[in-house]
Design a protein around this ligand. Structure first.
Ligand code: AMP
Ligand code: ZN
Length: 123
């Protein structure tokens, strides 16, 4: 789609730090990270919001979500079960939708945010 920054990233017309790519998805580092690990997973096709996804996109949505734990593990954010039964590590997954959802870029994307308490300081 014209004038969509994430379509341009997917088309390699705009530079980004790509951490994963396949036929359907691209993942890259957020340009303004909110935590030590802040990745964005996008479909290569343009969907402006999560609410634009239809039944035909369910497999794609599953792929996007399924990639998150793999990327998080590769970037050192996998949750780890300790001997005392408590977890350390982990990450946050987030999709902002629409104005009231805080969406700034209208090309569907999943945030993968990791590091110590990465949600602190975020609204
Ligand atoms: P959202 O509020 O969910 O739409 O988040 C959009 C995210 O895209 C923000 O975290 C931005 O920092 C990020 N972003 C915007 N432009 C770029 C870019 N060119 N490369 C990487 N991340 C970007
Ligand atoms: Zn787009």
């Amino acid at each position: 789609m014209d004038n969509c920054i994430f379509c341009k990233i997917a088309a390699k017309q705009t530079p980004s730090t790509i951490v994963y790519e396949d036929d359907d998805l691209l993942a890259f580092k957020d340009i303004n990270p909110a935590a030590p690990v802040h990745l964005l997973v996008i479909p290569k096709i343009h969907l402006d919001t999560l609410s634009s996804a239809k039944a035909e996109h369910e497999a794609l949505l599953g792929k996007i979500l399924g990639l998150a734990p793999k990327l998080a593990a590769e970037h050192g954010c996998a949750p780890v079960l300790q001997a005392d039964g408590k977890y350390t590590g982990g990450y946050k997954t987030l999709i902002n939708t629409g104005t009231d959802g805080g969406q700034e870029v209208y090309h569907l994307h999943l945030h993968v945010i990791g590091g110590p308490q990465p949600w602190r300081g975020q609204s």
